[in-house]
Design a protein around this ligand. Structure first.
Ligand SMILES: [Zn+2]
Length: 423
């Protein structure tokens, strides 16, 4: 097992501005709080927003912070590139609510040897935990001390955009670019980031989120998603005289659960297969509530799955002889693929060209979840998701292979350049 060193990270940061910016960003605790009633959900996000705002303004970029804490920076096109499609680039300021992001102490594993990594607090990162580590032999990897997450999701993305801003504003040899808008969003981890962005006012033609994971990943497809909330109504009667009268809502819920196909669950599916995922059951004899996620890549199957839930509701009601079960289905997000396919702008092709230019082999991932791009695409801004290089996000094993991180930046720079040439 290899150990990480703080000193080695400091030396790297002195050589590589992207890394030193990243270290500055992860010093802010921006953990999202799903129970908060304020926006953004944690004050650290506002502090980081103010810090970024100041940095961008000092580069001479027109930047504002919205009342929700979203930082929006507008970079005018280079001379001659004014007609290029307007690209919006997104990264989020918050970190996952699952694990602490306070007082992150990052360190560096140099030339990873492939035997796993022992974090400072004794936690061991193995290839069982992060299979992708096997692709990063001989590379430098930024890790945590085991007591916090790293925050590479998505501060690696934020650092890449900051680096893009610097490159565009450079007096020396500026990166050629069309009109750009950089958006640093809040509360992505609790599913609210797009809610707090006025997408039409960005005036952008195409978007990319810099929020993916392994080197080469390009997310162009996500689930279609809905949430079914089922309520079961029982009839509570004292057990002394319950015979023939008591209706136990929990048993009604059980009947419904048994109707869901076992082979169509997250634990039994992969790739492009959809599923039903009952994830929360609350209640007692008199009343119970069940929440079920409905997920499918295919639009028709997605609709069929919603009908299937309703059929099973009637079946349960028939069995019990009255309306003991009701379902409410709320739409959550769309598969972005259809919007990317329908768009007149070839953003996916441009991303693929950019990866190639940066010497990165593309793998198009079918995300078994959503990205901000799902909602942005549905709102008319076709937005695939680009990798940052971060692995095992949301917990203490989170790490960032430095080479992947640098390649993420290279891909974004290439993309900006490629789009600047599109007339
Ligand atoms: Zn993220």
């Amino acid at each position: 097992m290899q150990q990480a060193k703080i000193g080695a990270l400091n030396i790297l940061a002195q050589k590589e501005e992207l890394v030193s910016d990243f270290l500055e960003l992860i010093s802010f605790d921006t953990k999202a709080d799903g129970n908060a009633t304020c926006v953004p959900s944690s004050p650290g996000q506002l502090r980081l927003a103010a810090f970024l705002h100041q940095k961008l303004v000092s580069l001479g970029i027109e930047t504002k912070i919205t009342k929700e804490g979203v930082v929006i920076a507008k970079i005018k096109a280079s001379e001659g590139c004014e007609k290029a499609p307007h690209l919006a680039l997104f990264a989020h300021l918050d970190t996952a609510g699952d694990f602490s992001g306070e007082n992150v102490k990052a360190a560096l594993v140099t030339s990873y040897e492939g035997q796993g990594i022992e974090l400072k607090n004794g936690l061991k990162t193995t290839h069982e935990i992060i299979p992708e580590l096997a692709h990063h032999l001989g590379e430098d990897i930024i890790v945590t001390d085991g007591t916090t997450l790293l925050g590479a999701d998505d501060k690696a993305g934020v650092a890449v955009l900051l680096s893009l801003a610097k490159a565009c504003m450079s007096l020396d040899k500026p990166l050629e670019h069309g009109p750009l808008t950089l958006v640093f969003s809040v509360d992505e981890e609790i599913g609210l980031s797009v809610t707090h962005i006025d997408v039409p006012s960005l005036n952008a033609d195409v978007g990319v989120t810099i929020d993916g994971s392994e080197l080469g990943e390009l997310d162009t497809q996500t689930f279609n998603a809905a949430l079914a909330t089922l309520t079961f109504e029982g009839l509570s009667v004292h057990t002394c005289c319950a015979k023939g009268k008591l209706v136990n809502a929990l048993k009604v819920a059980r009947d419904f659960l048994l109707e869901l196909p076992q082979e169509e669950a997250p634990e039994t599916t992969e790739g492009l297969e959809g599923f039903y995922h009952p994830y929360e059951l609350q209640g007692g004899t008199a009343e119970a509530t069940l929440k079920v996620l409905i997920r499918d890549f295919d639009e028709d199957n997605f609709k069929k799955r919603q009908d299937f839930i309703l059929e099973k509701v009637s079946l349960v009601n028939q069995k019990w002889g009255r309306e003991v079960c009701k379902a409410k289905i709320d739409f959550q997000y769309h598969n972005m693929k259809k919007y990317l396919d329908e768009s007149k702008f070839e953003i996916v092709k441009w991303c693929e060209m950019a990866y190639e230019k940066a010497g990165v082999k593309v793998f198009k991932a079918n995300v078994r979840g959503g990205t901000d791009g799902s909602n942005l695409s549905a709102l008319g801004l076709p937005t695939p998701n680009i990798f940052t290089g971060a692995l095992a996000c949301h917990g203490p094993y989170e790490c960032l292979p430095v080479k992947s991180f640098l390649k993420s930046r290279d891909c974004v720079f290439s993309l900006v350049k490629i789009i600047s040439k599109v007339a």
